[in-house]
Design a protein around this ligand. Structure first.
Ligand code: ZN
Length: 75
């Protein structure tokens, strides 16, 4: 089971066209501290729900660590 914050992060990412956002944008959405965002990101990575990479955030256009929802197997 995911924590509430992790589930909220996942649904936030899924509302985005590319399902990608950086830790800053996730933090702004959750109104969470950076440290808490990093814990949530780690939880989602360990649960196999997201991938992280260094890229430009499609939301704020800053380059940094972005989280991307892992694609489900093609339906
Ligand atoms: Zn961003």
């Amino acid at each position: 089971m995911l924590s509430r914050s992790a589930a909220a992060t996942l649904s936030f990412l899924r509302t985005l066209p590319t399902s990608v956002a950086c830790e800053t944008c996730i933090g702004a959405y959750l109104r969470a501290e950076r440290l808490d965002v990093l814990k949530i990101i780690r939880e989602l990575i360990e649960a196999g729900r997201i991938l992280c990479q260094y890229a430009e955030c499609p939301v704020c256009r800053e380059r940094g660590i972005v989280a991307e929802v892992r694609r489900e197997r093609a339906a």
